[in-house]
Design a protein around this ligand. Structure first.
Ligand SMILES: [Zn+2]
Length: 409
């Protein structure tokens, strides 16, 4: 794959058979004009080339140009567990126990080297923005020294309390990456600590991220205060005798704790009812689905059609290689299209690009529009490229393809 980091003095017209701007209809025989690290024009090649006579042309011929992809949820420090954890048929706790055991067996070098390999694949597959969660900061400097944009979430797990939320000292040398605390899940962080993490993020205008409504065990634990999660917390010495089960769903529980708003990103969101959907709508909470991970663990799949119809911002993550065999957003898109055939490929592509960038607050990314940053992919599709945009989009999601080139800032 070729790549070009754009500079201030660069002025290009980049042509391809198809341009997918994401927020506007596909353009046949299109071009993107780039100047001073910004997109200045998008349209038909014929028209743009007349206006920008001094720009250097680059022709990618039979290819598709689209924005770089967003993997909104992963745990790079678990990359070494690829193919070491077997898919489960719905026993969430056994999967969690297995991951904890195997993670402890990995050396620091192994964690770091596998995370590096994970990052390499993310770049090669066309990802430009990442939401990475870690319990350690092992992956942090890898991210900071990479061309990616995104968030690093320092994950807190503590149900018994006693966690001291100190000001995060790690500083970003550039504005590409943001760092903050996230909470693991409603069943693994005490209610007071959940509120403290939300308040930490609110004060610093950062996104609050938490896994939510992933398994039946989580629902049972919050609704009735019983089940395998209670046993698990006791085993780990994390059970708090003073905890009163809220008796409601995970979404309602977080809402009652006043944690849901447009700066909260909920990961998974599988087990929800009508009332939960209304809460999500009212609070404009952001959602990240990780379909292939859900299928791997067997916890059920999200009500994606309902979430999208409610007008919610839904983006895509892979989760870690402990519950997926790829960190590829292409694989996620393809699986989403298989499981939800009535969601259009155009809408799936928007989830994987524009919505992801929006959720993380990168407002001039995720689309090919004048004024936006040209973080773009040139993709070659092995299918014949005909002249119907919907067919090309379907091929882009489904068929064999290769990221041939990428532009980034
Ligand atoms: Zn996760």
């Amino acid at each position: 794959m070729g790549e070009l980091k754009l500079q201030h003095y660069h002025h290009y017209i980049i042509r391809a058979k198809w341009i997918f701007p994401v927020l506007s209809p596909p353009i046949l025989d299109g071009a993107v004009e780039i100047k001073n690290k910004k997109i200045v024009n998008v349209g038909k090649f014929k028209e743009i080339s007349k206006e920008a006579v001094f720009a250097k042309p680059i022709d990618f011929e039979e290819a598709v140009i689209l924005p770089a992809l967003v993997n909104a949820h992963t745990h790079l420090e678990l990359s070494g567990l690829r193919f070491r954890v077997s898919p489960s048929s719905g026993d969430f706790i056994s999967w969690v126990k297995n991951v904890i055991k195997l993670k402890q067996e990995m050396s620091l070098i192994e964690i770091r080297e596998s995370a590096k390999l994970g990052l390499y694949h993310l770049w090669k597959d066309g990802t430009g923005i990442i939401g990475d969660v870690g319990n350690t900061a092992i992956t942090f400097d890898l991210l900071y020294n990479s061309p990616f944009y995104g968030y690093f979430f320092q994950e807190v797990i503590s149900f018994k309390g006693g966690y001291n939320l100190k000001e995060i000292q790690l500083k970003a040398p550039s504005s590409n990456f943001r760092i903050t605390y996230s909470a693991h899940a409603p069943y693994s962080v005490s209610p007071l600590l959940l509120q403290a993490i939300k308040s930490y993020n609110k004060k610093r205008k950062k996104l609050f991220c938490i896994h939510c409504a992933e398994s039946y065990e989580e629902v049972k634990f919050l609704k009735k205060g019983e089940g395998p999660l209670l046993e698990f917390l006791k085993e780990r010495g994390q059970w708090d005798e003073n905890f009163i089960p809220p008796g409601v769903s995970p979404v309602k529980y977080l809402h009652n704790l006043k944690l849901l708003d447009e700066d909260t990103l909920l990961i998974h969101v599988i087990h929800i009812d009508e009332e939960d959907l209304e809460i999500l709508k009212k609070t404009r909470s952001k959602i990240c689905i990780c379909l292939r991970s859900n299928l791997f663990i067997g916890v059920g799949i999200p009500k994606l059609k309902e979430l999208l119809s409610a007008g919610l911002d839904v983006c895509i993550g892979t989760d870690s290689l402990a519950s997926n065999d790829h960190l590829s957003v292409w694989e996620e898109m393809k699986t989403i299209y298989t499981y939800y055939p009535d969601i259009s490929p155009g809408e799936i592509l928007k989830m994987a690009t524009f919505t992801g960038a929006k959720v993380f607050g990168f407002n001039k990314m995720g689309a090919i529009l004048a004024g936006y940053y040209p973080n773009m992919l040139v993709v070659e599709i092995r299918d014949y490229l005909n002249e119907r945009p919907e067919d090309v989009l379907r091929s882009l999601i489904n068929a064999g393809k290769e990221v041939k080139f990428r532009f980034y800032v």
